[in-house]
Ligand binder design. Structure first.
Ligand SMILES: [Zn+2]
Length: 852
């Protein structure tokens, strides 16, 4: 495995360290109407040796000759030569430039593109119906080179001083505080920002447009503002509350003050990712920042909290201490994902964030149990390799293994290790081993040896508990047809707890089988943070199943996830999950219940009408009493879990259970335009499922006049639940015309999932696949492919889907596509095993009659 800088320096995509920048002074004249920009740039550099040529990164820019001043002399380059593959501009000189400190000066021009990367322009219609323009940046991973010539690698850290020339009436933001604003005449002004700290190019940001900002709130001396498109000032309070808490919390957790001079959190109308951690100038999709707590669901509020916490954690972990090269991106993202949950748990302990995290861990398990998985960390050569890493294995699996380690070492020991790591490497770059060595210093445990088995190989183990022996074997959902990326053995940190005396213990499972001090009353994976599956044999399992109520909430959720995994691999009958769920009825535990709801939705897709009737009876038996107990209207002071469980029960009963009372309630609320709170999504999808004339027009009208980003998306995606193919196909057409490109791929993915027209939409979309790749932001075609996951249980269609996507690889993220195709095959297998007999087995297990 490649782990050091010296080994990767032969990578042709990387620049040599013969010339190293230390400070950029960048002036950009932004022409919004003309969709263009002109820049001038001075870069202070160190010539580490005498050269007559040097290269830096630039692509889609027109760059002038360079003037170099070094050692009192001035040198002029020839016109730069460009390399499209390595995205470089090379400057040659007639004579040798001497060794020493120098300054490079050049000018350049570029186009504000519409691809939501680099320095790009977006057009949107504001709340008063007026069309507006903004120019903004998204420079991660390697698109700073599209905005200005630079040494565009995370290890070339430097300071940046940005000056923007913009229309007089517009607002401008960058990484640091505004130092001056000077009118230039002709409706233009010049805005100068303070010099940044030493940081990587991918964290530079500048945003220009008709924005407003809240008054700053001072958090430990740092001014914090929420910045939003004009007219959306009523949606910022939640974001401010979360941000204030997060900055206080992280300053304490990391024991290092916030490293920048201010924090702006900006809602951007067109944004390809969810959010971006530009130092001090954090950009978000509107739906990830702006929200109305009085009408939003708990899930939507928690989502905004998680995303803000994630980005602000990056100010330290990522911005202050940065990976040396892109293969270390997992550490950035896994750690920010870990911190988003820790911080959210501190903000609202009653939300039980780490219980809810079980669903994210399951998402990682699902991909990582396929032979097409990959190690969390792997060699990154090209920018495309790097862009393929922003997936569930980097974020959710990475977070899961960090959480497992934290719980094994102890929370305060782990935090001490993180403090050591950040203090040792502030303003510098690291490789993964640097984190392990800091955690080893804090804990005295062989952290590197343990974690290498989780980071450098794919997959995870299944632990089998037989008597006092615990053994491990690789977990896989299917037999390998060819090569497998699933590893063979792990160093598993195991936490155990006895149900009798509640004492916890830990051991490290290193061998394939070990004798340990446990008995039939021992919970293995106590606290539920292990990244492994567990099966108990015989009497042990009976004891635990009989004492289900003595488990922690998260341990129960894990038991349901493990049971579902056994069903998916064919080791347990499908109905086992439903019979186990009988024990959940009195418990407000949405995380465990959502595993049951997922299983019910999958069965609902592959069963015939008679089978669906049997399934509907089971769902009514299980969740009917839950909804009766909770009531349909929230009770003042109830827990957030009660609200979330109500949503799970309401949706399952309305969609799978086809419960007439629930359906009537959903349509009544839809008609009354009372679509708020935890039930909002379910109300819309249940209503659309009824196929009533006129509802789709109402959804479109409500989307167009929505006052929150969450409502806008809810109604945008509504056609995906329709039973009318014409409605689905109309939405498909709009995805290629009027729907914003940041949303269209997700809309198409949801339409591909549609019960009646999904396959047709997939055929239509793939017939214009070239257009899909051209039109939508990079990586977003994966969102469309992901749509095949839940509807493809038909073997013939699945073969066709696989054939198409294997012969039409996407430019970035084809490995994710391969994983999706394997998940599709898993669903097909489960359907094939159960389609003929599940109805009979359900009736026998739940005693329902065949008449409905
Ligand atoms: Zn992140």
């Amino acid at each position: 495995m490649v782990r050091t800088t010296t080994e990767t320096i032969t990578n042709p995509y990387r620049l040599p360290r013969t010339v190293v920048p230390s400070a950029y002074r960048l002036r950009l004249d932004v022409d919004l109407d003309g969709a263009a920009f002109a820049g001038s740039l001075d870069i202070d550099v160190e010539f580490n040796e005498s050269v007559n040529s040097f290269a830096l990164n630039a692509i889609e820019l027109d760059v002038s000759t360079a003037t170099v001043r070094v050692d009192g002399a001035e040198f002029l380059s020839s016109a730069p030569t460009f390399d499209e593959t390595y995205e470089t501009a090379t400057f040659d000189f007639a004579s040798d430039l001497p060794k020493g400190r120098g300054t490079i000066s050049l000018t350049f021009t570029g186009v504000l593109n519409d691809k939501l990367r680099g320095f790009y322009r977006s057009t949107y219609v504001d709340t008063t119906g007026v069309t507006r323009l903004i120019a903004t940046t998204q420079l991660e991973s390697t698109d700073a080179r599209r905005a200005f010539p630079c040494w565009d690698e995370p290890a070339f850290k430097a300071t940046f001083q940005v000056t923007l020339v913009i229309p007089q009436e517009m607002a401008a933001f960058s990484n640091t505080t505004e130092q001056s604003s000077t009118p230039l005449g002709a409706g233009r002004r010049e805005v100068v920002f303070a010099q940044t700290m030493v940081m990587s190019t991918y964290l530079v940001a500048f945003v220009v447009g008709p924005f407003e900002a809240t008054a700053p709130t001072s958090v430990l001396g740092t001014p914090v503002r929420i910045v939003y498109p004009i007219g959306k000032g009523h949606l910022v309070d939640w974001a401010m509350e979360i941000s204030v808490h997060a900055l206080e919390y992280f300053s304490d957790y990391f024991a290092i003050p916030y490293p920048g001079d201010k924090v702006d959190l900006l809602a951007i109308p067109d944004f390809a990712a969810g959010a971006m951690e530009n130092l001090g100038c954090v950009t978000f999709r509107e739906s990830e920042l702006l929200i109305d707590p009085s009408s939003a669901s708990h899930a939507e509020l928690e989502r905004v909290a998680l995303v803000i916490n994630h980005e602000l954690a990056h100010m330290w972990f990522g911005d202050l201490v940065t990976m040396d090269w892109w293969q270390g991106i997992w550490l950035n993202e896994a750690f920010a994902t870990f911190m988003e949950s820790i911080c959210t748990d501190h903000f609202r302990p009653e939300w039980k964030k780490w219980v809810g995290f079980n669903s994210s861990r399951d998402a990682a398990f699902t991909v990582d149990g396929q032979h097409s998985t990959r190690p969390i960390e792997y060699e990154v050569v090209s920018p495309d390799d790097c862009r393929g890493m922003f997936d569930v294995l980097t974020y959710e699996k990475g977070c899961s293994v960090l959480r497992m380690l934290e719980q094994y070492l102890g929370e305060s020991t782990f935090r001490d290790g993180i403090r050591i790591y950040l203090q040792r490497h502030a303003y510098a770059n690291t490789v993964t081993a640097d984190l392990w060595s800091a955690l080893e210093a804090a804990s005295g445990e062989p952290v590197g040896d343990i974690m290498d088995t989780w980071i450098l190989q794919g997959g995870y183990p299944l632990l089998t508990v037989t008597g006092t022996t615990v053994s491990q074997e690789p977990f896989a959902y299917a037999k390998a047809k060819g090569e497998s990326n699933i590893g063979s053995r792990w160093r598993v940190p195991v936490i155990t707890r006895s149900l009798d005396n509640a004492s916890t213990d830990t051991f490290l499972l290193i061998e394939s089988a070990q004798k340990v001090a446990i008995d039939d009353t021992t919970i293995v994976n106590a606290g539920g943070s292990g990244f492994y599956r567990t099966t108990y044999s015989g009497e042990h399992l009976r004891v635990i199943a009989n004492r289900l109520h003595e488990l922690d909430e998260i341990e129960r959720a894990v038991l349901f996830s493990d049971t579902w995994a056994s069903i998916l691999v064919g080791r347990a009958p499908f109905e086992d999950l439903f019979t186990l769920a009988r024990g959940l009825e009195p418990l407000d535990e949405p995380t465990a219940w959502s595993v049951v709801a997922t299983a019910a939705r999958l069965a609902d897709r592959f069963l015939d009408d008679d089978g669906r009737d049997a399934l509907a009876q089971v769902v009514s038996q299980l969740l009917g009493p839950v909804l009766s107990r909770l009531g349909i209207t929230p009770i003042a002071g109830e827990s957030s879990q009660a609200g979330e469980l109500r949503a799970v029960a309401f949706a399952s009963l309305g969609l799978v259970g086809r419960d007439t009372q629930v359906i009537d309630e959903a349509t009544r609320r839809f008609d009354a335009n009372s679509v708020t709170g935890d039930l909002a999504d379910a109300i819309v999808s249940i209503t659309m499922r009824q196929g009533r004339a006129g509802d789709v027009a109402i959804c479109e009208e409500r989307r167009a006049s929505a006052t929150t980003p969450q409502d806008e998306l809810r109604y945008l995606y509504a056609p995906a639940s329709s039973v009318d193919p014409a409605v689905v196909l109309d939405a498909y057409e709009r995805a290629f015309t009027t729907v914003r490109t940041q949303d269209a791929p997700y809309l198409l993915g949801s339409l591909v999932r549609n019960r009646v027209a999904g396959p047709q939409v997939w055929h239509l979309v793939t017939a214009r696949w070239h257009e899909v790749e051209e039109r939508f932001p990079e990586r977003s075609p994966i969102a469309i492919v992901a749509g095949v996951l839940t509807f493809m249980t038909d073997p013939a269609l699945a073969r066709e889907v696989r054939q198409f996507h294997e012969s039409h690889p996407v430019s970035v993220g084809q490995q994710q596509v391969a994983q999706i195709l394997d998940l599709m095959d898993l669903n097909v297998d489960v359907a094939q095993r159960n389609v003929a007999t599940l109805a009979t087995r359900l009736r026998s297990a739940f005693g329902a009659s065949s008449e409905t």
